[in-house]
Structure formats: C-alpha cells, structure tokens
Design a protein around this ligand. Structure first.
Ligand code: ADP
Ligand code: MG
Length: 696
C-alpha cells in the first residue's frame, strides 16, 4: 500500500465541498493550516456553550449566554452617528433589547421583522439598567430552531473564520468520515472503554456538556491515543529500519583513547566509562547505532563524544561532530583539538563561515581522509561535504533536531552510526515522544569536586546592590555572565535589551571590563567577544541566551539572569549550569520583576531548592506545558493536535509499547490489525513512516 487508501479519499478532498465553505473561506482555512476535511476533524473543540432553550431571560444572572424565543417589537434606529441600532424583543416574561453596532437597517428589518417570532441566542448583559444582547450569536425563525445544538462546541479560531462556519464545516466533514477497521489492540480498547474511531469523532464534535470536553473523556482519550500511536509507529518503524540497516563495524583498538585519557588531569567518571563502553559495543556491531546520550549540564558529555570519535578513527574511519551554534563548534575545536593532536589525530572545523579556497581545501582534505575528525555547525552536512569514510556522527546539544532530520541523516551516510547528545533532562513522556526510536545512555553522575551553585531570588528593585556586588567580585578577579531578558521570541528585541544593559554595566564597572554577545552580531565579533571573555580580558559578559548551551568558562562563577520569570525552568537550569564549573563557590542571581505571581515565585524557588535537572524538568512540564519545556517551535518535539502530554501522560508509554509490539508481531503490517494501522498512518500523515514499512 504505497498510495493513500481509497477509504480515506473523502477526508483528503477539497474543503469547498463542505457546507459553509466557499472558495474564500477555503483560502482562509488554508492559511490557518486547515486544508482538507481531515484537518477539521482533527481540530477538536476546546470549549463549549450551553444553548439550552429557556422560557425567559428574566431569571438569568447576567452576563450569561441565553437562548430564548422572542417576539420582535419595535426597531430603534440610531438617532446619531456612532450609536447602536436597537431592536425591542419580548420573551415569555420580559422585554429586552438586541443591540447592533454598524448595522444596516434594511438588513435588520429583514432579519427581525416586527411582530414575528424568532429564536435568539447570545450573551445577555445589563447596560444602563436595561437587559440587552449585543450581536446575538444566532437569530433564527422558530422553524429552524433545531439547527443549533443545545450544547455548541467552540473551536480554537483563526482570524477570519467564525464559529458558525467552523461548526457547519466540521459537521459536514463528519458526514464524510468513514467507518475504519480498528487499529487499537482490542484488549486495550476494551479495558479503557474507548469507542470506535468514528464514534469518538462524533462524540467530540457533538459534545452534550462541558464534561465531554475533558481530556479524560474516553472519546478524547481514544483520539489522543490514535495520534500518539501513529507517532510511536513512526518511531518504531524508524528504529526497525535502523536496526535492520547494515552498519559498519568499527572495532577500536583503544590506543588513541588511552593516549588522550592520559593527557587529562582527571579520570573519567563511572557514568562516562559506562557510556563509552555502551557506545564501543554499538560501534563494533554491524548494526547501525542510534543512541541518545543524556546528561545534565556539566556531566561531561564532550569527553564521551571524543572517545566515541577516537574509536572510529582507531578503526580507520572518520567522525563528525555537529553543534547547534558557531560558538559551540569553536569551543569544541579549541577544547578537543589539543587533545586530538596529542594523539596524532587531525581535527578540524567547518562552519558556514568557511568560504572559497579555504573551504575547498578542507573539503579536499576530508574527501582524502586527511581530516579524521570534523567539528562544525549544520554546514558539515551540506551536500558537497564528502567524507572518505564517515563512520560516526555526533550531534551535540540538539534539542532542535527532530525525528525527521535524524531519518535524513541516516539516509545520507551509507551506514553512519549516530550519537545524539542532549543536556535537556526531559520527562519520560516527552523523551518517549522525541527519542522513542533510540537507545539511551545516561550520565547520571557529575564529575567530582563541583560545589553546588548558590541560587538566590532578587527583585529588580535591588539592581543597584547587584551591580555593587558585581563590582566587588570583579575586583577579586571573578567573572560573571549577565543574561538579558527574553522579552519576546524576537532576536531584535533581545538585542536591544542586551545592548542597553551592556551600556549601563560598562558605565558602572568601567570600560573594557564588560563584553557583549548576542545572536544578531556579525559572527566574527561574536567570536572575538567570547574569546576575550574566555581569556579573562573581559570580566562580565552580557549576553542573550546564545550562551545557553554548552559554553564552558571555568573561571566564571557568577550568573545573573534578568527577568528570570520569563524563562522556562529547564532553560534557567541550563543557564545556571554555565557556572559552578571551577573550584570557586558560584552564585546564580535570578532577578525578577515584582510583583511575582504565586506560581511565578514557586517556579523560581524550585531552582533554589534543587540542582536535579530531571526534577526541574518534571516540575516545568507540570507548570507550563509540553511545547514550552523544550522551546516550542524549534524543538524536535512533534506537535500533537489532540494529545495533551501533561494531562494524558500515561498514553505515550502505552502507545510506545503497543507500537513496538505490533511491529514485532507483524513487521510488514499485513495482518488485519496491521492493515488498519497502515490506514492510521495515512490518516495521521505519517507518510515517511509508510515508506519504512518492511516490504517482506
Ligand atoms: P556537558 O555535559 O555539559 O557538555 P562538558 O563536557 O562541557 O559537559 O564538561 C564540563 C566540564 O567538566 C569540562 O570542563 C570538562 O573538562 C570537565 N570534565 C569532564 N569530565 C570530567 C571528569 N571525569 N572529571 C572532572 N572533570 C570533568
Ligand atoms: Mg556540552
């Protein structure tokens, strides 16, 4: 089945076939990402309005939405411009007014002829002690009263689309929904009391009361499960392919690794040693490695990566390590090159900044195998970058690297083993969503000799004190980061804030003491500013969150974060992880703008209480929401339309084991249930996954 099953055709047709959707509305819906009936069906109402019919508005406590039959009375057109048009109406017990702004009189005359009966529904308010309904949601002849539901679902709206259109369109999309064969394990479905797919759709789009909108309603749960199951099927298929794929067996000799370890002033931690051994086993096997190395900030992931890279070099191959930013790539170069060279291994860098003949020379050296290890940014995976014998790709600090990209990478190298490193300790349900296709090594132990960072909450009202302390610390030879507020998801706004703070601190602490780095700076300036800070020439580095991941300056022992309340907890934890790397006692000051809400304070206090990245991540998920934890848009985390990873947390683990079991029992998805699951994949547009289904 390499083409969409016919049974789904109606759901993948044009929107214009639906009620209330003409070409113009269809265009508006398109812009909102709703392109076909299927998209409408998968967008569930998030709320609802009770439109139960009442005899009168009299006993209602306004403001409240009321649905009532009325007799239309006098029209009261506006006397002066800008005043509303009013229509008197009388229900069984009382009289009130319908109010319209900017309305055309003749239109209202036709809609509400005096003396006729109408059903009106809308919000009743009291204004100038008169009960009124401004712009009723519905005005209908009594003969059509049944066309509005007694409980109306409310959809998340996009500009230019009304609830009425959404409702009508979704209704007619529902009429197109076929009965589909069941893909959920029958025992599970029974245990959970889930309805069929079709019945679930009917139920969620035609709720009868508020309780039907709960994430724990069986119909909603079932549809959420469908979504997660499709996702986990994709991951399980990717995993199956990876495992089937012949990798190259790289058996390291340990000679280069030993040389490098001998250079280090410390011994590897037990956790590092374990991870290095896990990886060596994967590399030696002729199955392709797809491993996640998870470790809190400062847990020493870089050393593990280097050992893995040396292992493939020992076996005669090449390795590449990709960092998310130029700064980090350079830092890896500076940190790793001396170690590699001490073992006679050539390590070089390639980023978007390499141009012209210099770049050509590097590419030639890579193709000839003269560069054994390449570090860099995304540039290392450009089309014209060809290796002589690439065996291992390490992807560092990559919460911006999703399943799809990993699949692409897998396709690029013939048999490249992949090691993904992340410092974001993520809760289990998210880890399953994002990395469900991988094997995992965890660095659950920090190198010895670290003193915990002392964390304090300080109001911005005490800014002067903070600056005075900073001056004192600088005089003692200490270094500090000063992270500027994340005002919006806008680099430009961040930049302005950072430049402003830079000027003020420079005025307070002296010329040459303060440096500045932000995402909008020309790359060369950025490097230079970082380099001056690393060398200790500048003592205070004002920065936007570009320093969030990876940057390592052991002498920096103070971290000031402005408007800490605007950051995610996991992000604050990352930032704090930039200090506490040397012997000195380190401090993290979380500056907040009062007043701080109760939850706002609670969030920040968690950081004061614990240094455990996993605990912080769990709390963050509970308080904020899945997308935000990893930084929504650029995160590799898939966006789920229906599933709510916080409130339906258990479903993800269920979906993973179910998906893996289904594929284990029926790798080619040929059984009845397997066939049904294919339809699910098509329905959920997991086209990539379908191509991965084993052919035999
Ligand atoms: P991260 O996991 O955040 O990437 P790094 O790899 O940057 O952490 O390591 C943080 C710091 O700890 C570096 O300065 C590194 O040299 C040091 N380090 C790594 N492993 C050890 C160890 N086993 N003992 C002592 N220090 C170590
Ligand atoms: Mg790192």
């Amino acid at each position: 089945m390499s083409r969409r099953p016919e049974v789904l055709f109606p759901l993948f047709g044009e929107l214009t076939g639906l009620d209330a959707v003409g070409p113009k509305t269809a265009r508006t819906l398109h812009q909102a990402g709703l392109e076909k009936p299927r998209d409408l069906l998968l967008m569930l109402p998030h709320s609802g309005v009770d439109r139960h019919r009442r005899a009168s508005i009299r006993d209602v406590v306004p403001p409240a939405t009321v649905t009532v039959a009325v007799t239309v009375g006098a029209h009261l057109p506006p006397q002066t411009r800008g005043r509303p048009y009013r229509v008197q109406v009388t229900d069984a017990q009382t009289t009130f007014q319908l109010v319209f702004f900017h309305a055309k009189g003749d239109y209202l005359q036709r809609l509400l002829p005096t003396g006729q009966h109408r059903l009106v529904s809308g919000k009743v308010e009291i204004f100038d002690s008169i009960a009124q309904m401004v712009h009723p949601d519905h005005i209908l002849p009594l003969t059509l009263a049944d066309t509005i539901p007694t409980f109306e679902p409310i959809y998340p709206l996009h500009a230019g689309i009304s609830q009425k259109v959404m409702w009508k369109a979704t209704r007619s999309a529902l009429a197109l929904a076929p009965d589909l064969a069941e893909w959920i394990d029958p025992a599970l479905k029974k245990r959970e009391g889930w309805p069929t797919w079709h019945a679930a759709l009917e139920k969620v789009h035609k709720p009868a009361a508020m309780t039907d909108l709960s994430p724990h309603d069986p119909a909603r749960e079932r549809l959420a499960y469908d979504e997660l199951l499709a996702h986990q099927m994709t991951l399980a298929l990717a995993r199956a392919v990876t495992r089937r794929a012949k990798g190259t067996s790289s058996c390291g000799t340990g000679i280069l690794q030993d040389k490098v370890l001998a250079q280090l002033p410390f011994a590897a931690t037990n956790a590092q040693t374990r991870a290095i051994a896990d990886i060596a086993v994967d590399l030696a096997s002729d199955l392709r490695m797809n491993r996640l190395l998870q470790g809190d900030v400062g847990s020493g992931k870089t050393l593990v990566a280097l050992m893995a890279l040396l292992c493939v070099v020992e076996a005669g191959g090449q390795g590449v390590m990709m960092a998310p930013t130029e700064i980090l790539a350079r830092q890896h170069l500076e940190g790793l090159r001396p170690l590699a060279e001490s073992a006679g291994v050539v390590l070089d860098i390639l980023t978007g900044r390499d141009k012209g003949s210099a770049r050509a020379a590097k590419l030639a050296a890579l193709a000839a195998g003269d560069i054994a290890i390449l570090v860099g940014t995304h540039a290392v995976f450009q089309k014209d970058v060809v290796f002589n014998d690439l065996r291992l790709a390490v992807i560092d600090e990559q919460h911006r690297f999703g399943v799809a990209q990993r699949m692409e990478l897998g396709a690029k190298g013939r048999a490249v083993d992949v090691l993904v490193m992340t410092a974001t300790p993520i809760p289990r349900s998210l880890a399953l969503a994002q990395y469900g296709d991988m094997d995992v090594s965890v660095l659950d132990e920090k190198p010895p000799g670290r003193t915990p960072v002392q964390t304090a909450l300080v109001s911005t009202a005490r800014m002067d004190e903070v600056v005075a302390k900073l001056r004192h610390a600088v005089a003692e030879g200490r270094q500090a980061y000063w992270v500027c507020p994340l005002v919006e998801e806008s680099e430009v706004v961040d930049m302005t804030a950072a430049e402003e703070r830079f000027k003020r601190l420079r005025a307070a602490l002296g010329e040459g003491v303060v440096g500045l780095v932000h995402g909008q700076m020309p790359p060369g300036d950025k490097d230079a500013a970082m380099a001056r800070f690393v060398a200790g020439d500048t003592k205070v580095l004002v920065a936007t969150t570009v320093i969030e991941v990876g940057v390592n300056v052991p002498n920096a022992s103070i971290m000031v974060i402005e408007r800490a309340e605007s950051f995610g907890l996991a992000q604050l934890h990352q930032l704090r992880g930039r200090v506490g790397r040397g012997a000195a006692v380190s401090t993290c000051l979380l500056l907040y703008q009062p007043p701080l809400s109760e939850t706002g304070r609670r969030r920040l206090e968690i950081l004061r209480e614990t240094d455990d990245g996993f605990r912080i991540a769990e709390e963050d998920l509970m308080m904020r929401g899945a997308g935000d934890v990893i930084g929504t848009a650029q995160s590799g985390l898939p966006r789920f339309r229906i599933a709510d990873l916080e409130r339906q947390a258990g479903l993800m683990a269920l979906a993973q084991s179910d998906a893996r079991k289904l594929l284990h029992d029926d790798p080619a998805l040929q059984s009845d249930r397997g066939q049904a699951a294919r339809v699910l994949l098509w329905l959920m547009e997991q086209d990539k996954a379908i191509r991965l289904i084993s052919v035999g």
